[in-house]
Design a protein around this ligand. Structure first.
Ligand code: ZN
Ligand code: ZN
Length: 456
């Protein structure tokens, strides 16, 4: 199937909102405009083969035949206007560039006569103006040094801008659409961002442990749900081996896995509060919307890539790499929406249900209770710090700052302690017991046991 058709179908079948579809890349219109560009170039003697032949010399900076700069000028709408510039090597006012074909020379002569640069005369018929070796080796780029050595007269290079109309039109359409799509994506991201923050707020409110047993139960369930969600890495992976953004196909697969897991572990049954259940539905809808945004971004950025490739294939002007850089689309072409939203989800949503992993002491890997916040801001459990200072260790194991000997009672983080008691009561209780056991062993010797003493 042709891409134009595929694109149209994808826009219809995915159920995108009308507003989105209306701002999708106008692929058909761009294709028509591209036809005008190629006609225009052909009329000027610059068909794609001529340009391609000239482009092969671009690798050698001394023999650049033309430049096609996308950001040549800015238009009134603040869009860039592409500029095609030719460089002609002149000797005694005669173009000697062996890279130019007769039709191109013919065309450049026309351009020169139009722009009034009459001093440039192009000798396209008199091949005797070229040294024999140049004519024979037209495939090898010109060597400026060679030229200077072979002739007494210095070589001069004339720069001529080729006035084109339809390439400007093509890029105006494309840039307008890309910036519209960037705006649209930004709007969707903002909307979704607000919804994420609101949902985080609602879940936090509903599951405050102080609200009682049901709230605490729901909090535990949310913790499991979010843990699964993070494991699923639906839209974005931070793992070493598959780092980066997911494609929509991968995202669908991972989202499905996540929902299946939630069902098979009967986690929804674990949500006892009506607010929690509603929040879960909102959470799923949010993910579905993000998936839609991702799909829409994908097919539109594919459409941009395809039309630019077509442009290059038909003109050999080489824009497919330059355009995404020049247009500076930080949403659509950068594909950053999924990443940004995932970052926000972990900041504003997942973090409202604290995960134990984030509150472990980095030395004993148990909840950091009693928490001591060193001057470097790293938090350890008080037991581990006592042991470190006894051993005479001065440096924080995480950042190597000289802070351990300075730790005192005032470094006890009472706010963190209250938080841990509220959100991880079970773990805190166990840790207190373990601390006591350890201390008693230190006092009463290694044989100390905290089992109830039996009367003999
Ligand atoms: Zn510790
Ligand atoms: Zn530190």
């Amino acid at each position: 199937m042709k891409f134009a058709q595929e694109f149209r179908k994808a826009l219809q079948k995915e159920g995108f909102p009308e507003k989105w579809v209306n701002s999708a890349v106008p692929y058909g219109q761009l294709k028509k405009c591209l036809k005008k560009v190629t006609n225009e170039l052909r009329e000027l003697g610059l068909d794609k083969d001529t340009l391609a032949q000239l482009a092969t010399s671009q690798k050698d900076p001394s023999a650049v035949a033309f430049h096609y700069h996308l950001d040549g000028k800015l238009t009134h709408s603040n869009h860039f206007r592409p500029r095609l510039t030719f460089f002609i090597h002149l000797q005694d006012g005669v173009a000697v560039d062996a890279k130019l074909t007769p039709s191109t020379r013919d065309f450049l002569k026309k351009v020169v006569s139009k722009t009034g640069e009459t001093s440039v005369s192009l000798a396209h018929e008199s091949s005797s103006a070229f040294p024999d070796t140049w004519i024979k080796s037209t495939d090898s780029p010109l060597n400026a040094e060679q030229v200077l050595l072979s002739k007494e007269e210095p070589l001069s290079v004339k720069q001529i801008e080729v006035p084109l109309v339809f390439d400007g039109e093509f890029f105006e359409i494309l840039q307008t659409d890309v910036s519209n799509l960037d705006v649209l994506q930004q709007e969707e991201q903002d909307k979704l961002g607000k919804e994420i923050a609101l949902l985080g707020h609602d879940i936090n409110k509903a599951t405050k442990p102080s609200k009682g047993r049901r709230a605490r139960g729901d909090l535990e369930t949310w913790r499991n749900i979010f843990e699964l969600y993070l494991d699923a890495r639906i839209f974005f992976s931070t793992r070493e081996y598959d780092h980066g953004a997911r494609t929509s196909t991968q995202a669908i697969e991972q989202l499905r896995w996540f929902q299946d897991q939630v069902l098979s572990r009967k986690l929804i049954h674990g949500l006892k509060l009506e607010n929690s259940r509603q929040a879960y539905t909102r959470f799923l809808n949010m993910n579905a919307l993000l998936l839609q945004i991702l799909k829409f971004q994908e097919i539109n950025s594919l459409a941009v890539t395809k039309i630019l490739k077509k442009f290059d294939k038909r003109t050999a002007l080489g824009v497919s790499r330059a355009f995404p850089v020049t247009v500076q689309s930080n949403r659509l072409l950068a594909g950053s929406v999924a990443k940004d939203i995932c970052a926000q989800m972990s900041n504003d949503l997942i973090s409202v249900v604290p995960q134990l992993d984030d509150y472990l002491c980095p030395i004993c890997f148990v909840v950091a209770y009693w928490p001591v916040r060193l001057d470097c801001q790293h938090i350890f459990c008080s037991r581990c710090l006592v042991k470190m200072s006894r051993k005479g260790e001065r440096f924080c194991p995480l950042c190597r700052a000289d802070v351990i000997m300075r730790a005192g009672l005032e470094h006890f983080d009472s706010e963190r302690a209250a938080f841990l008691r509220e959100y991880f009561p079970k773990e805190v209780k166990e840790k207190i017991k373990a601390n006591e056991r350890e201390r008693n062993k230190e006092i009463f010797g290694p044989d100390y046991s905290d089992s109830p003493c039996s009367m003999m």
